[in-house]
Structure formats: structure tokens, C-alpha cells
Design a protein around this ligand. Structure first.
Ligand code: SAM
Length: 261
């Protein structure tokens, strides 16, 4: 499993990181740890990130499919695999080749944003009932689900891993917001974002930069909030440290400045 796939900051303790990453990697990702370039490239956190992200690795729940057990995911909206299976079903009996796999290797592994950071991101974006929030790489769906539950926001989670989609859909039902939140199994780089008024990201610096040209073409005023990683020389309008995390905020400008074109 390579650090390349995991969101983190440069100052993060490598030992803790690798240990948690190995747990997630063990079965969460098809092709994970296949020795390709992604697995050997080093992490590239933002040079000016003022805080570490040790909490992400430390608090990352092993994915249900990685442990064979049935852990509840961290946070109020999480759901364990056992919640999805019939009573008495032994999920450890499922052969690895029979578990749902993403259509391609995800660009970053699943690490949930801690709930206080989710809350702060949504407060920073000042989400409301008229917004349409897209979380790109939505994991267990906690960001759009929290926005729908607390602020009545409509949300779309875009996620490449089918198990995350299952968990998120179930969590949305449990939270009573299934009518306001949709989860789409898709590649975040291929999805139409034109209806978004708010975009949330917890990816990696280079993925943010790959997305940046598309984000800059969205309607002026569209708000973008990221967990931990910024957008290169697109200077954030706000930022906030929460524990071991940093969140950043931009709005799409009326005119794209020359240096961002
Ligand atoms: C670090 S997790 C963030 C989860 C969630 N947004 C949160 O903050 O709690 C990144 C998620 O992106 C998903 N992902 C990775 N590459 C993707 C891609 N190309 N398209 C859609 N989802 C992707 C992973 O499966 C993972 O669930």
C-alpha cells in the first residue's frame, strides 16, 4: 500500500500512517499495493499546511471488508457491513473475489473526515436548504448526510467504491435524509458538476489540482471547501485549523485570474 493514495500532511508520523494504511489497504481497494508507481511515489502534502493530519490515520476505521469483522464506522452516520447483511450472515465467508470492487483503482483510499471537521466545513461553506452540495469521493456519505440533516441541503455523493455507496445509502436512510441525498457510483473526474453550488473535497493535493480547471469553470460564486489540501496558487479566501486538520475555502471568481488559466 502506498502513501500516495492516502490523504495526509507532510508532518504526519510515518509509523502510525503506514500501520493504519495497511489495514485499510488489505482488502478495501482492488489492485491496492500492486507495486505500481502510485504505490511507490511519496506523499505530497501542501507545503504550507499548518497542521498535521495524524488524526486521519489514527481514527480511520478499517473498512468492513478489510477486517472481516463488522465494525461500525466512525461518526454518527456510519454503518457496518453487518448492518447490511441478513441476521447471522457470516461475511468472513465471502471470498475476496466475490466482494464488490470499484471499476478501477481509486485515486485515494478511504479515510473519513472526523465529524467535527465535517461540521466546520459545512459551517464555513454556510450551506443551506437552497444549496446543492457535491462531495467528490464521498466515502460513507457523512458530508452530504450531515448537510441534509442539519441544514436541509440537497446533496450528491460521488464515489468510486461500491461498498462505500452501499454504506452511504444505508446511512442516508437511517438519518432520514434519503429524499435529499443521492449517491452515485462514478469516477469523480467524469461527473457533471454544473448543478453544484457547494463542492467538498478530501482527496490529495495533486487530485485537487487536476480538478481545479473544472472547478474554476463552475458558476461564479460556487463554494469549494477542502479538508487538508489546497489548490496550489489559487489562494484560499478562508482557512481554519481544527485539531489535526485544516480546512480551506474558495469561491469561484467571476473572472479566472490569468495565473489560474
Ligand atoms: C479520503 S476519502 C474521503 C471520504 C469523504 N469525502 C470524507 O471526507 O469523509 C476519499 C474517497 O474518495 C474515493 N475515491 C477515490 N478515487 C475516486 C474517484 N476517482 N472517483 C470517485 N471516488 C473516488 C475513495 O474510495 C474514498 O472513499
Amino acid at each position: 500500500m502506498g502513501d500516495r493514495l492516502r490523504p495526509r500532511s507532510p508532518a504526519q508520523g510515518a509509523g502510525r500512517f503506514v500501520g493504519a494504511a495497511a489495514i485499510v489497504c488489505a482488502a478495501a481497494l482492488a489492485g491496492c499495493g500492486d507495486g505500481g508507481p502510485r504505490d511507490t511515489a511519496g506523499p505530497t502534502g501542501p507545503a504550507d499546511a499548518p497542521a498535521t493530519r495524524a488524526g486521519a490515520a489514527a481514527s480511520a476505521s478499517p473498512s468492513p471488508e478489510s477486517s472481516g469483522a463488522a465494525p461500525a464506522l466512525a461518526g454518527p452516520v456510519g454503518a457496518g457491513q453487518a448492518d447490511l447483511d441478513p441476521p447471522g450472515f457470516d461475511q468472513t465467508s465471502i471470498a475476496p473475489q466475490d466482494k464488490p470492487r470499484p471499476a478501477r483503482t481509486p485515486d485515494v483510499v478511504y479515510v473519513p473526515t472526523p465529524q467535527p471537521v465535517v461540521d466546520a466545513m459545512l459551517e464555513m461553506a454556510e450551506v443551506g436548504p437552497d444549496d446543492v452540495l457535491y462531495d467528490l469521493g464521498s466515502g460513507d456519505g457523512r458530508i452530504p448526510i450531515t448537510a441534509a440533516k442539519r441544514w436541509g441541503t440537497r446533496g450528491v455523493g460521488v464515489e468510486i467504491h461500491p461498498l462505500r455507496i452501499r454504506e452511504a445509502s444505508l446511512a442516508a436512510h437511517r438519518a432520514g435524509v434519503a429524499d435529499r441525498v443521492t449517491f452515485i457510483e462514478a469516477d469523480l473526474f467524469e461527473i457533471d458538476l454544473s448543478s453544484a453550488t457547494v463542492i467538498t473535497l478530501y482527496l490529495l493535493p495533486d487530485l485537487n489540482l487536476r480538478l481545479r480547471p473544472r472547478l474554476l469553470r463552475l458558476a461564479p460564486g460556487t463554494r469549494i471547501v477542502t479538508h487538508n489540501y489546497h489548490m496550489g496558487d489559487w489562494v484560499p479566501q478562508r482557512q481554519q485549523v481544527i485539531g489535526d486538520s485544516v480546512i480551506y475555502y474558495w469561491t469561484v471568481p467571476e473572472r479566472i485570474p490569468p495565473h489560474l488559466r
